[in-house]
Design a protein. Structure first.
Length: 322
């Protein structure tokens, strides 16, 4: 996709199955193939339950796929164990939707920020003050916040602390799982601007999970659209508004409410509801909600095929045309 950019992480045929009641199987990720590029943002979008967070959890070793490989600089992180796995955690860090859930409420901000540095022996106890000052400055928080507790801060301030802690170990990849979803729009904007600034300064690769496709479109260099555990389209972020072609992606784009939209046109909803993840139909997973559904869609699941460099789609409409 980015001809002159370095691939630092690649997922190959990643599948995750969960055993369910009645002997059934839930497939959260179905043969996912994605690349992440140095200094670029990969946006992952789709409805709740589509498998976005499941996939990103593999990257930070919070879960392991049932099949497939995830190669970070050529090494399969799904096979790492023990000290090798522990050391690799420095390279890929995560910011969660609710930072308070990952903070110890009895710890001051200085201790929260320095905990990863101390664990990996990056600093000595005597160097904590200097490290905290540097990290708070990086996320544009005043130095006196070092002696506060998380509950004495606003949601936006806590999220800045979470970003600072995640970047304390200077990771190459930062995963943001709905990291702005709980924030006010104005605060969300400042957080996004901060992350974009840090990305340019430090050449960080970002995996950005979000329900807001308009937000993803504005920040992601590459967007991957998921539906019921399947990748249905991968496209450059700048092209998604005008050049996306999968019926599901087009429906998501049509649902964006914008002050510049044409209010003379009716807002169209996607007909029907998504099937249960435990009862995904044979063939295309989007078939029961697609106005272009053909007989082949009910019989055969479409594979992701490249339309042009950087743009791939899984849809029989384009298989039929090729």
């Amino acid at each position: 996709m980015f001809e002159n950019d370095e691939v630092i992480l690649e997922a190959k045929h990643v599948t995750r199955r969960f055993a369910a009641s009645g002997g059934r199987t839930l497939i959260a990720n179905n043969d996912i193939n994605l690349k992440m590029y140095k200094g670029k943002t990969l946006g992952l979008v789709g409805e709740s339950g589509c498998g976005k967070s499941t996939f990103m959890r593999f990257l930070v070793s919070l879960d392991t796929p049932s099949d497939g490989q995830i190669l970070y600089r050529g090494k399969d992180i799904t096979k790492m164990k023990g000290e090798e796995l522990r050391q690799n955690r420095q390279n890929i860090q995560m910011v969660f939707q609710d930072p308070s859930a990952s903070f110890n409420p009895k710890m001051k901000i200085r201790d929260i920020l320095c905990e990863p540095l101390m664990n990996f022996k990056r600093i000595k106890a005597s160097e904590k003050d200097a490290a905290v000052k540097k990290l708070l400055h990086m996320v544009e928080l005043p130095e006196e916040f070092a002696d506060r507790y998380p509950h004495n801060m606003s949601g936006g301030q806590r999220q800045r602390v979470a970003i600072a802690r995640a970047l304390a170990l200077e990771p190459e990849i930062l995963i943001m799982d709905e990291a702005t979803a709980a924030l006010d729009v104005s605060v969300q904007k400042t957080i996004i601007e901060l992350v974009s600034k840090l990305q340019k300064e430090q050449q960080i690769t970002i995996g950005f999970i979000c329900h807001d496709i308009a937000l993803v479109q504005s920040v992601a260099h590459q967007v991957a659209v998921m539906y019921l555990g399947n990748l249905v389209e991968v496209i450059p972020g700048k092209d998604i508004a005008e050049k996306s072609v999968h019926p599901y992606t087009r429906a998501l784009m049509g649902a964006i409410f914008d002050i510049h939209m044409d209010f003379s046109k009716p807002i169209e909803s996607i007909e029907s509801e998504a099937p249960s993840p435990l009862d995904v139909p044979d063939g295309c997973p989007f078939q029961n909600r697609c106005e272009h559904c053909m007989e082949v869609c009910r019989q055969e699941r479409p594979s992701l095929m490249e339309l042009k460099p950087g743009h791939s789609v899984a849809c029989h409409l384009f298989t039929e045309k090729s």
